[in-house]
Design a binder for this molecule. Structure first.
Ligand code: GDD
Ligand code: MN
Length: 365
């Protein structure tokens, strides 16, 4: 039997009600093309995997990779594409929001040899994202603009989860892709760089057929992390970048509270000391809360765990501050360059706080 020319990778999480309809539509749209569908299901509790396997039992072109103990759209897409031995691979959502009818046109562009990657685009002539709610549409457009500025890709719709590419191009960069978050296409484009020839295929983004969207604040944070990591050429862990941003904000909070206390508290001999303590407490609290919401959102602490974490965070911060002052003073007595000593102390304190917070406050499960 002829092996597949095109593998369609479909990441799924709780999409039971969509898979049969998607296979039916793929079959119609891809008549005459040797295709296969690879569903990558993250052990959906609604039995999506079983639904796919039931279809696969009667149709050799359909199979399911069931991943256990892992979650994530990008990682699922990468694993699905890597399991293919077809020359071309596509990624499409299971919920029928992407228009499967444009797949043959995308394949033709690749087969003609003029492009290595064809992206489905909602934002070029002929495409549309009318089904997006006002808020989701605004987020999507803002994210698109951010990527242009920060990563320098000139895709019209870098947020798209709908694309097709040569498998050899994917194989070449796979080890450098991030399994986190939703933005697989952006990651592929940014990682491949200039060498990748990209074409665009307009399509109309439709309504979800069944079930609900998995987009949430966590996905937004992961997206920001991916952008930041790409900006530093993947040298710095996005988690550390968030930690550093929160720390810098904390310094601003500290200075503002200090100023307010000095201006409004009644004059007394140890006013500065009181104000400094108040500023430290407020800054520690805001740092903890922001880190809990942003930096460690995937490990967010709640209830009693958050209280325990907060005390631990303060303890770690105090030790970090002592070490910071110690190192800075030692450097200053030896070198007498005030800014070098100060900066070295601060950096060393930040690294300590980050390492200890990651190890003990927001432990990996
Ligand atoms: N395996 C797996 N694991 N699949 C997932 C996961 C996961 O953790 N999270 C989501 N999916 C699957 C869904 O089941 C669906 O098939 C597809 O990924 C897209 O998820 P949706 O929840 O439907 O996302 P959306 O419609 O809000 O977002 C779409 O538009 C974005 C553009 O703004 C997607 O196409 C995104 O890829 C796209 O970036
Ligand atoms: Mn969707």
């Amino acid at each position: 039997m002829r092996s597949a020319q095109l593998s369609i990778v479909v990441p799924t999480y709780k999409e039971r009600g969509n898979v049969a309809e998607l296979v039916r539509r793929l079959d119609l749209a891809l008549a005459g093309i040797a295709w296969e569908a690879i569903f990558v299901d993250d052990n959906s509790p609604d039995g999506t995997g079983d639904a796919v396997k039931a279809i696969g039992a009667a149709d050799m072109r359909v199979r399911c990779i069931r991943r256990v103990g892992r979650r994530g759209l990008a990682g699922a897409c990468i694993e699905g594409m890597l399991s293919s031995s077809a020359p071309y691979v596509a990624v499409i959502d299971a919920d029928l929001q992407h228009d499967e009818k444009v797949l043959p046109a995308m394949l033709a562009k690749l087969e003609s040899g003029s492009a290595d990657l064809v992206t489905g685009s909602r934002y070029v002539e002929g495409g549309s994202a009318a089904s997006f709610s006002g808020k989701r549409g605004a987020i999507s457009r803002l994210a698109t603009r951010l990527t242009h500025h920060l990563v320098g890709t000139d895709l019209s719709d870098p947020m798209s989860g709908f694309f097709m590419m040569r498998r050899d191009r994917l194989d070449a960069i796979a080890p450098r892709l991030s399994p986190v978050g939703f933005k697989i296409l952006l990651d592929i484009a940014a990682t491949s760089g200039e060498r990748l020839r990209i074409a665009e295929q307009p399509y109309e983004f439709g309504e979800r057929f069944d079930g609900e969207s998995k987009f949430n604040a966590q996905v937004g944070v992961e997206f920001l992390g991916l952008l930041l990591a790409k900006m530093t050429g993947d040298l710095v862990d996005p988690r550390f970048i968030f930690f550093a941003i929160v720390g810098t904000l904390g310094l601003a909070v500290h200075l503002i509270v200090l100023k307010l206390c000095l201006a409004f508290l009644p004059a007394q001999p140890d006013l500065f000391q009181i104000a400094q303590i108040a500023a430290t407490l407020v800054a520690m609290t805001s740092n903890f809360l922001l880190n809990n919401e942003l930096t460690y959102r995937d490990r967010r602490l709640k209830g009693f765990g958050a209280l325990r974490g907060f005390f631990l965070f303060c303890l770690i911060g105090s030790v970090g501050a002592l070490a910071n002052v110690d190192l800075a003073s030692w450097l200053y007595t030896n070198r007498e360059v005030w800014w070098l000593a100060g900066a070295a102390g601060a950096i060393m304190g930040a690294l300590w706080n980050y390492a200890m917070s990651t190890l003990f406050v927001w432990r990996a499960r």
